[in-house]
Design a protein around this ligand. Structure first.
Ligand code: GDD
Ligand code: MG
Length: 351
């Protein structure tokens, strides 16, 4: 089976992290976002993953692919657009890579969604309903920033699909995970086009689009606040599924993931809902909660970080406070006792 991951967005809502790294490679739970998906696809029997890229620095993506193709024993290839073609156009570009004689359906995933990926159940669902396209849906409180899916009363058949509705139509939303039969490709022209606005509404009107309700947690982690919420959900699910991966100790509260190469000093209080990356040094007396500390970060004595993201190789000074959805980019230096209350911080450029 094949799969395509849409990795060509600009990731503007996750700046400044995406100034240093393409969004799909930004770490989440101590691994690149798309690795969560590739591992799940492999688990569902996918043998080839096509990454639909457009502008990304190819060498960064290439290094990622080289490393994980081997580690995961899965074929990973690129399909590159010469200009951004939206969420459907890339499928037309990758057409030959997705279809083979078997006529099997293929997965399509948005690269920034995190959940438990019940992909085997999705294959069953698609078959049972003889769907042309199946999408996973989940319920959210504020559906306005998503694609909203309305199903026929008492069935899984989609009646209508409305991308980012202006008025309330329902709160069941497109979770960004699809299983598509090859015939869907015949509906997509080779131009900039949106699967949500142009393709799904058409398939729904022909009664061939089906929605499977996603069990478990879900979050689009493409914006800082949602990334932090998604991390809390992800750590919760680790607690249920593989609690041995989480840190324990007197200085740990709730769900905390610490890379084995990170060093944590005396008298720190860490958690709940914290991820500490490889090579991090956390000096004594530091307080961390609801935050991500990415690879190579140094947090000095008595600093306090909450509900924020600290980008790769940054340094946070003594007694500094970083809180309320602050995102530090890569290589940022927060001075001793400095305070950041929300917003984004990028590295100072040398003169
Ligand atoms: N190759 C390629 N080319 N990929 C693209 C392009 C493009 O021109 N534009 C966007 N993408 C990729 C992004 O990288 C992302 O993985 C995916 O397409 C969706 O784009 P987002 O920018 O993240 O869309 P969204 O979050 O506003 O909305 C989408 O996701 C929601 C769920 O998270 C829609 O699919 C909504 O319907 C859905 O509810
Ligand atoms: Mg998104």
């Amino acid at each position: 089976m094949k799969a395509l991951i849409l990795v060509g967005g600009f990731g503007t809502r996750l700046r400044p992290l995406t100034l240093s790294m393409p969004k799909p490679l930004v770490d989440f739970g101590n691994k690149p976002m798309i690795l969560h998906q590739i591992e799940a696809l492999k688990g569902a029997g996918v043998t080839e993953v096509v990454l639909a890229i457009n502008h990304q620095q190819p060498e960064v993506m290439l290094n990622f692919v080289k490393e994980y193709e081997k580690k995961l024993e899965i074929k990973i290839t690129f399909s590159q657009e010469t200009e951004p073609l939206g969420t459907a156009g890339p499928l037309a570009v990758a057409r030959d890579k997705l279809v083979d004689e078997s006529g099997q359906p293929f997965f399509v995933l948005n690269s920034d969604v995190i959940c438990e990926y019940p992909l085997l159940e999705m294959i069953e669902f698609h078959k049972t309903n003889r769907a042309e396209a199946s999408i996973m849906v989940t319920e959210v409180d504020d559906p306005s920033k998503y694609g909203v899916v309305v199903t026929e009363e008492g069935t899984a058949r989609v009646e209508s699909f409305v991308e980012k509705p202006k008025h309330f139509v329902g709160n069941k939303i497109n979770a960004g995970l699809y299983l598509l039969s090859p015939s869907v490709l015949d509906r997509i022209e080779l131009r900039r086009t949106s699967i949500e606005k142009e393709i799904f509404p058409k398939i729904a009107s022909e009664k061939k689009l089906y929605a499977m309700v996603l069990p478990g947690f879900w979050m689009d982690i493409g914006q800082p606040k949602d990334y932090i919420t998604g991390q809390r959900m992800y750590l919760n699910s680790l607690r249920e599924k593989t609690p041995q991966e989480l840190a324990t100790g007197d200085n740990i509260i709730g769900n905390v993931l610490v890379h084995e190469s990170a060093v944590i000093g005396e008298g720190c209080l860490i958690g709940p809902d914290v991820v500490i990356g490889p090579g991090c040094v956390i000096d004594s007396g530091v307080r961390l909660f609801g935050c991500t500390v990415m690879r190579g970060v140094w947090i000095k004595e008595h600093a306090c970080i909450s509900n924020s993201i600290v980008g790769w190789d940054s340094t946070v000074g003594r007694w500094a406070r970083v809180f309320n959805i602050t995102v530090l980019g890569k290589d940022v230096n927060v001075a001793d006792a400095e305070v950041y209350n929300s917003g984004v911080v990028i590295e100072e450029q040398g003169l």
